[in-house]
Design a protein around this ligand. Structure first.
Ligand code: 4NP
Length: 160
């Protein structure tokens, strides 16, 4: 059975589609693509159908990530369909918790910040870059690369 991971932010056009791209590449590098299904969603539906923000696509492409996800809002079914639901910040986590229907669903929600190691002294969440400049997008990618590699290690170790 595939391990299903869903990344969630507010708009699903900056942080979570980038996280999806980062984890996807990590599993490809480790020849584990067949074992994973990776997706992303937003708690806000206003960007539904859009590609990731052009600024995020530009910064990500410089690191070799081609982000093609189309934004979609989180659905009630996601809490059944996915095994791990990763919130980018506390506000996302609170919104997700309100949408859950059982303790089992609540237990699927984890914080991306819990997997940040290298930049831990400065960040324990992934800050919204939408109103930031170029540094904000670079910071998000740094945090996502850090956190995704630790998240993947934990998933692999827990499935062995
Ligand atoms: P994201 O960034 O949650 O990382 O996708 C945002 C995108 C859009 C908005 C806010 C944050 N917005 O207000 O439209």
């Amino acid at each position: 059975m595939k391990i299903k991971v869903l990344f969630v932010c507010l708009g699903n056009i900056c942080r979570s589609p980038a996280a999806e791209g980062v984890l996807q590449r990590l599993v490809e590098e480790r020849k584990l693509s067949h074992r994973f299904e990776i997706d992303s969603a937003g708690t806000y539906s206003g960007h539904r159908g859009q590609l990731p923000d052009p600024r995020m696509r530009r910064h990500a492409s410089r690191r070799g990530y081609n982000l093609t996800h189309r934004a979609r809002p989180i659905t009630i079914d996601d809490f059944e369909d996915f095994d791990i639901i990763v919130a980018m910040d506390e506000s996302n986590r609170r919104t997700l918790m309100h949408l859950t229907a059982s303790p089992e669903q609540q237990a699927k929600i984890v914080m991306m910040g819990d997997y940040i190691v290298k930049l831990r002294a400065h960040y324990d969440y992934v800050p919204d870059p939408y109103y930031e400049g170029a540094e904000g997008f670079e910071l998000v990618l740094d945090l996502l690369e850090d956190a995704c590699s630790n998240l993947l290690e934990e998933i692999i170790n827990s499935k062995q």
